[in-house]
Design a protein around this ligand. Structure first.
Ligand SMILES: Nc1ncnc2c1ncn2[C@@H]1O[C@H](COP(=O)(O)OP(=O)(O)O)[C@@H](O)[C@H]1O
Ligand SMILES: [Mg+2]
Length: 457
C-alpha cells in the first residue's frame, strides 16, 4: 500500500493552519504540497481546514470537519486575580480594532473605547506554544520598564474575552520602521551609541535584566527626538536566574556583545557575524579584533570610525571588569518577572471503534468536539499573499488508511519554525488608506537573505 503525505501550513495573514494531504504518488513532497496550496489558497473558505488531492492528482476536495482541523490549541496563561495596579493596564481583545496587518504576530491596532483616532498601538501576540513563556516575560518586562526614555512605551496587557488569559500586549506604535529598515536616516549619530550604552547599563545594572536580542531590528527611532527606542523583550531573562523558565533558559550572550554587533552592523552593513547561527553561538571576538571596520554608512559630520570604536572599547572594558554583575539581586533596582502560571491539561473523551478513550485536547477541532473554549486567531484572508508566506509547520508520512484524527498530536509533532523564520510583512506605506491596506513584503526584507531572517528576530 502506498503512503500518504500530510503537510500542515501556517497561513500567514489568516493566522490559522491548513492541512494539504495526498498519496505519495499524487503529492510526492513538501514542495509539491506548497504548489498545491498556492493553487488553491485563494479559493479556500474560512472553514476549510484540509485540502486533499485525489490519488490521480486531478481533484482537490476540501474538508471543514473538526477532526481535520490541525489548529493547535494554546493554553494561554491565566490572568485573573491581578492586583489593582495591573488591572488598570488590562484591555480585552474585543476592545482592540485591527487597523493594519503588519507582522505574523503583531498588528497595528486602535482602542475602540478611545476617541483619539491618531493613537495607534502595536498588538503583539503568541501563536505557538514555544512563544507563551516569552510573551509573558516580554509583556512584564516592557511594562516594568515603561517610562524609560529609550524603551518603546508599553500600553496594555491584552486578555481573552471569554477566559481571563493573557494573549499578548500593546505598545505605542512608532512609525518609520526599525533601525534596520529605516533608511530615512542619513547618517550614523554618535548619540545613538551613547544611548545604547546608557540603556544597556540601565537594563543590566539597574534593573537586573539581560535583553539578549540587542540588534538594529529591535530599535525604533522616535520621529520627534530621533532617539533610539528598544523593544522586543522576548528573549529577556533576569541575570543569573537559574530557575528561569525552560523555554527562556538562563544563559545567553551579554548585551554588551549585542551593542558591539549592532554598532558594527550599522557601520559596515555586514551582518555575517550573526547570520545563520543561533544567538548564543555568535562570537563577537573577531569583530573586536578586526583592525579596520569596512565602513559603509555615512557618519554624522566630524565623526570617524576610530572615535566610535574608542568610545565603544572604553565602555566594553569597563562593563567586562569593574561594572559587571552576576545576579539580578546585585542590580540597584531589580525588576520582578512574575512566574508564569502552570499549564493546564485539558482532556476529552471520544469513541474509537466503539471503545471509549480519553485524550488530551491538542487541536482546535478536538476542542470544538469537546466543547472546550479556545482562542481563535483565524481571520479572513486579507488579499492574495505570495506563497513564500505560507510556512510549512508539520510533515507527516503515514501509511495510507491509517489516518485517524487522534494520531496527529501536534504537541508532540508540530514543528513550527523558529520564532523568526517568517519574513517580515511590513506594509508599504499607503497614505490615506483607511481600511487595512494591501499586505506586501517590505522592500527592505525582500532582498535580504532568508537565512538571516531565520535566526534574526
Ligand atoms: N511599537 C511598535 N511600533 C512600530 N513597529 C513595531 C512596534 N512593535 C513591533 N513593531 C514591528 O513588529 C516587528 C516584530 O516585533 P518584535 O517584538 O520584534 O517581534 P519578534 O519577537 O518576532 O522579533 C518589529 O520588527 C517591528 O517592525
Ligand atoms: Mg524582534
Amino acid at each position: 500500500m502506498g503512503g500518504c503525505g500530510t503537510y500542515v501550513f501556517w497561513l500567514y495573514d489568516q493566522r490559522r493552519h491548513i492541512t494539504i494531504r495526498g498519496s505519495d504518488e499524487a503529492m510526492p513532497d513538501q514542495e509539491f504540497a506548497s504548489a498545491v496550496l498556492e493553487g488553491c489558497v485563494d479559493d479556500l473558505l474560512p472553514e476549510h481546514v484540509l485540502a486533499e488531492i485525489s490519488d490521480d492528482g486531478q481533484w482537490l476536495s476540501y474538508s471543514s470537519k473538526d477532526k481535520d482541523d490541525p489548529g493547535f490549541l494554546l493554553h494561554y496563561p491565566r490572568f485573573d486575580d491581578q492586583p489593582d495596579d495591573v488591572k488598570v493596564d488590562i484591555v480585552k481583545r474585543s476592545e482592540l480594532r485591527e487597523e493594519k496587518r503588519m507582522y505574523w504576530i503583531a498588528d497595528i491596532v486602535s482602542y475602540i473605547n478611545e476617541n483619539d483616532p491618531a493613537h495607534l498601538a502595536v498588538f503583539k501576540i503568541a501563536v505557538h506554544d514555544s512563544q507563551l513563556a516569552r510573551m509573558w516575560n516580554d509583556a512584564h518586562a516592557m511594562r516594568a520598564l515603561r517610562g524609560h526614555p529609550s524603551i518603546v512605551p508599553f500600553e496594555k496587557f491584552v486578555v481573552d474575552d471569554t477566559d481571563y488569559r493573557l494573549l499578548g500586549y500593546t505598545t505605542k506604535f512608532i512609525p518609520g520602521g526599525t533601525l534596520e529598515e529605516n533608511h530615512s536616516f542619513t547618517h550614523f549619530r554618535l548619540s545613538w551609541l551613547d544611548q545604547m550604552m546608557e540603556l544597556v547599563d540601565d537594563i543590566n545594572l539597574k534593573y537586573g535584566i539581560m535583553h539578549r536580542d540587542i540588534a538594529a531590528r529591535n530599535f525604533l527611532i522616535d520621529p520627534q527626538t530621533q532617539r533610539l527606542l528598544l523593544f522586543d523583550f522576548n528573549n529577556c531573562m533576569q541575570i543569573g536566574n537559574a530557575t528561569s523558565h525552560p523555554r527562556i533558559g538562563s544563559w545567553g550572550p551579554p548585551d554588551v556583545d549585542g551593542v558591539i554587533f549592532t554598532i558594527y552592523e550599522l557601520l559596515t552593513f555586514d551582518k555575517s557575524f550573526r547570520t545563520g547561527k543561533a544567538f548564543w553561538q555568535n562570537e563577537v571576538g573577531p569583530i573586536e579584533q578586526m583592525v579596520e571596520w569596512p565602513l559603509k554608512a555615512t557618519l554624522e559630520p566630524g565623526l570617524d570610525v576610530s572615535t566610535i570604536r574608542q568610545h565603544l572599547d572604553n565602555w566594553v572594558k569597563e562593563r567586562r571588569t569593574t561594572r559587571s554583575i552576576k545576579h539580578f539581586s546585585e542590580a540597584t533596582d531589580p525588576i520582578a518577572l512574575p512566574e508564569q502560571p502552570p499549564q493546564e491539561i485539558l482532556e476529552y473523551t471520544y469513541f474509537d471503534e466503539e471503545d471509549q478513550k480519553t485524550s488530551r485536547v491538542f487541536t482546535h477541532g478536538q476542542a470544538r468536539m469537546a466543547g472546550v473554549h479556545y482562542v481563535d486567531w483565524s481571520r479572513p484572508a486579507f488579499e492574495k499573499v505570495p506563497i513564500e508566506y505560507y510556512v510549512p509547520t508539520l510533515t507527516l508520512k503515514e501509511e495510507k488508511g491509517a489516518s485517524s484524527p487522534h494520531q496527529i498530536e501536534p504537541a508532540e509533532s508540530l514543528q513550527v519554525p523558529t520564532d523568526h523564520s517568517l519574513p517580515n510583512l511590513a506594509l508599504k506605506e499607503d497614505k490615506g488608506a483607511s481600511s487595512p491596506s494591501r499586505m506586501e513584503p517590505a522592500e527592505s526584507s525582500l532582498g535580504q537573505d532568508q537565512e538571516g531572517e531565520k535566526v534574526a528576530g
